[in-house]
Design a protein around this ligand. Sequence first.
Ligand code: ATP
Ligand code: MG
Length: 222
Amino acid sequence: MTRITIALSKGRIFDDTAPLLKGAGIVALDDPDTSRKLILATNRDNVRLIIVRASDVPTYVQYGAADLGIAGKDVLLEHGGAGLYQPLDLNIACCRMMVAVRDDFDYESAVRRGARVRVATKYLQTAREHFAEKGMHVDLIKLYGSMELAPLVGLADAIVDLVSSGNTLKANHLKAVEEIIPISARLIINQAALKLKRETIQPMLDAFSTAISNKLIAQPAQ
Ligand code: ATP
Ligand code: MG
């Protein structure tokens, strides 16, 4: 029997993935939000889930510790995607990678003047590429969370962060000034595993595709 390990993070990724997994006939026997287990058995003897930090999912899959994984595009851009196939956009955990500033900061004018802008972010690669493409000179400051705070206390002029409703920005007197890229979660596969375990993985891929299209038909993207 070919064993399959799927890496994913708890919280929104697990919550949004569970219905797709169910559509593919896979149901976790424990809820990662209440269980402390990091390895979850499923209704299928040959399939298990491992629960890791969102930004660690590509690493587990790259090195083959997991065959499949679910990771946000934001995380994949930072990781670089080495050793991974990214065959499916799951259309879940959708949001946008944006540049935001204090609502009294004139970003357009700073860009026009060619001012050096200080940018705080968790997403160094994506930010570096974005501002290089714009020909802007920026000083990047690496943070691990709560980016919204940085412009409020003078750590940075701008942040690069994920935005969905915009409520967190608004609550902190920030405004989004630029969209960098739309973000959603992707299915990722270890390249070697796909070759060696194709007979087991391909039907799962097909079931995922079907579950995604069924969901899109039931509830079209806004
Ligand atoms: P950690 O909590 O371990 O530091 P994280 O904050 O990236 O990591 P989550 O908040 O669970 O973990 O986010 C997981 C993924 O969900 C992100 O990589 C991103 O793709 C997506 N995501 C993050 N924020 C939002 C949001 N506001 N709306 C929709 N999707 C989001
Ligand atoms: Mg988070």
